[in-house]
Design a protein around this ligand. Structure first.
Ligand SMILES: CC(C)(COP(=O)(O)OP(=O)(O)OC[C@H]1O[C@@H](n2cnc3c(N)ncnc32)[C@H](O)[C@@H]1OP(=O)(O)O)[C@@H](O)C(=O)NCCC(=O)NCCS
Length: 165
């Protein structure tokens, strides 16, 4: 739909409270930033309250250190009926200047909920219209299919009560 924002960027400063004993930002803090940027993008696209349903293919490529300027970019790459898949890239650099480096990437999926019953509700459709977007959309779909495969394996394991004594 015209006027909807497909991509959203948020910036954070890595604070001393965000880092672990080695001086690197906790993975959980990075995941919170990803969730926040994805949430803002999902609500903006759908016009509804949204919840995170899954994260796939998360990879911490390079560490982020305290005082660095962190940029989190969430880009819509697939819509289902109520779900929105975002490819997220987290980069960091010295706030004084210099090159930015990719630190983390993943695919995160949100579901829009209706305000009355809190049930999944349809979102405006997005479809790729360039080769790059088609590639990103295929990538997100494959990552989430693999992720669902892992979920099914875990469910079979739990159903069979094969957990160690
Ligand atoms: C998200 C939630 C509402 C979905 O409920 P549900 O009964 O599974 O609903 P549905 O089966 O209709 O699935 C809704 C959508 O989620 C998608 N979905 C479900 N599991 C998924 C998974 N593992 N990966 C990707 N998408 C998934 C479905 O494909 C469907 O998408 P579509 O409408 O585009 O086809 C429910 O699971 C929930 O409330 N989860 C907790 C969310 C939460 O607390 N998040 C953390 C804080 S925000």
């Amino acid at each position: 739909m015209a006027g909807r924002q497909r991509e959203l960027a948020m910036c954070f400063l890595a604070e001393p409270t965000d880092v672990n004993y080695g001086g690197k930002v906790h993975g959980g803090v990075v995941m919170k930033w990803i969730d926040q940027a994805g949430y803002a993008a999902a609500v903006g696209w759908s016009g509804h309250y949204c919840v995170t349903v899954a994260v796939g293919g998360i990879r911490f490529v390079a560490p982020i250190r305290t005082s660095e300027l962190v940029s989190v970019v969430a880009k819509l790459v697939h819509t289902g009926t109520s779900s929105m898949h975002f490819a997220v890239e987290v980069s960091a650099r010295d706030p004084i200047g210099g090159p930015s480096r990719l630190c983390t990437h993943c695919v995160i999926v949100f579901v829009a909920l209706d305000a009355v019953e809190g049930k999944p509700t349809p979102v405006p459709a997005w479809s790729p219209d360039s080769d790059d977007d088609r590639r990103l959309s295929d990538y997100a779909t494959q990552v989430m299919a693999l992720s669902k495969g892992i979920e099914q394996t875990v469910a079979r394991y739990r159903d069979a009560d094969l957990s160690p004594p």
